[in-house]
Design a protein around this ligand. Structure first.
Ligand code: SAM
Ligand code: SF4
Ligand code: SF4
Length: 344
């Protein structure tokens, strides 16, 4: 184990382990074109999905190793039955200071209050378009109205701050930057624009579909002047800008054009119990088998620590170098884990 200061677990580039993203299911009721456009997947068998008690046990160990922030995600996490029960189990773990959820929002209206009651701090909802037709084209299932109702319910339940994620795809929804901002600003939400990434293998990514950070900032500046961040963003993937009129802020997640691997403190736990140290990993480390074979907490702690201390991922930085090289970048040259198993 690499130790950086007292009891701080770091990887090969001295990055501490701080954030955990837990995918609680690989199922989703949407089929977003940039995430999981296909109808057929080899879904994880029920018996292979971690139980809430197994997740709780692992999170307690992660907390001892330095994790203070946990994000529950999926697939669509709200498809997992009794999710508030998991939230209640995790919110009581010593050391977990921030417990949040990323959701497509379609099932949030009925669940926001119980999630808040169980101890959820905040929520991020993905909304790529406010136009019902464009929304339907991108999500392929579900409807915009239920999502907007879900976000409103989250606000009423006291989940705060509410962040809204939009993946921008050229020629599909990038003309909606101003509308999305107006919606978020008027409700006090933080809008976050995400560069379309080549996660997984099936989303048809190409650099021509990318709307990059510079262009996003130019388009926002044309409608709402903003101040550039004055301090470093730390390990957060989003760079945050404050509107000059005092009406909140927005963020840009520029993982393609401005990679932030150097400050990446995130590990992922898949629904079938694999530890994944990078969004672009080709495989994961099976922790479930150990968990189900009667391993002690100390065995699990040692294994997680070994995985993290051996980590040397910096895929997005390597991709940027490849994009500008003579050979170019070929997203299909490696078989990456799909986003639905990783949860972002
Ligand atoms: N189903 C939930 C949702 O959509 O919010 C949680 C899981 S989803 C995989 C997590 C986040 O990943 C969403 O905000 C989604 O927009 C983002 N995402 C998925 N595919 C992406 C891609 N190719 N590029 C950038 N972001 C992506
Ligand atoms: Fe489902 Fe979220 Fe992926 Fe869309 S982005 S298909 S809602 S997991
Ligand atoms: Fe972290 Fe991998 Fe993304 Fe780099 S590419 S920021 S290492 S998840």
């Amino acid at each position: 184990m690499t130790v950086f200061g007292p009891d701080v677990l770091t990887d090969r580039y001295q990055r501490p382990l701080q954030d955990l993203r837990i995918s609680v299911t690989d199922r989703c009721n949407f089929r977003c074109t940039y995430c999981m456009p296909l109808d057929h997947y080899d879904w994880i068998a029920k018996s292979q999905i971690l139980s809430y008690e197994e997740i709780r046990r692992l999170v307690a160990i992660f907390a001892q190793l330095g994790v203070s922030k946990v994000r529950i995600t999926g697939g669509e996490p709200l498809l997992r039955r009794d999710l508030p029960d998991l939230v209640a189990m995790l919110s009581g773990i010593e050391g977990i200071q921030d417990l949040c959820l990323t959701t497509n929002g379609s099932l949030l209206a009925d669940k926001a209050a119980s999630l808040r009651e169980a101890g959820l701090n905040r929520v991020t909802v993905s909304i790529d378009s406010l136009n019902p037709q464009t929304f339907a084209r991108m999500a392929q299932r579900g409807n915009l109205e239920s999502v907007l109702e879900g976000v409103a319910a989250a606000g009423r339940a006291g989940l705060s701050p509410i962040k809204v994620n939009a993946v921008l795809e050229r020629g599909v929804n990038d003309h909606e930057i101003a509308e999305l901002l107006a919606y978020a600003r008027s409700h006090g939400y933080e809008m976050r624009f995400i560069e379309f990434m080549d996660v997984g293998n099936v989303n048809g990514w190409s650099s021509s579909k990318l709307v990059d950070k510079d262009e996003i900032l130019r388009r926002v500046a044309a409608v709402h002047p903003f101040r550039r961040p004055t301090s470093a963003r730390g390990s957060a993937p989003s760079e945050r800008y404050t509107f000059l009129d005092g009406q909140g802020s927005f963020g840009v997640i520029a993982s393609v054009t401005e990679p932030f691997c150097g400050a990446c403190t995130r590990i992922r736990l898949t629904a079938d119990g694999r530890l994944v140290t990078c969004l672009f990993s080709t495989g994961g480390h099976d922790i479930k088998s150990l968990l189900r074979s009667g391993a002690s907490d100390e065995d699990l702690r040692r294994t997680i620590a070994e995985v993290w201390s051996g980590r040397s991922d910096r895929y997005s930085e390597e991709r940027l170098v490849a994009i500008s090289s003579a050979e170019g970048y070929h997203p299909d040259s490696v078989r990456k884990i799909e986003m639905i198993s990783l949860g972002g």
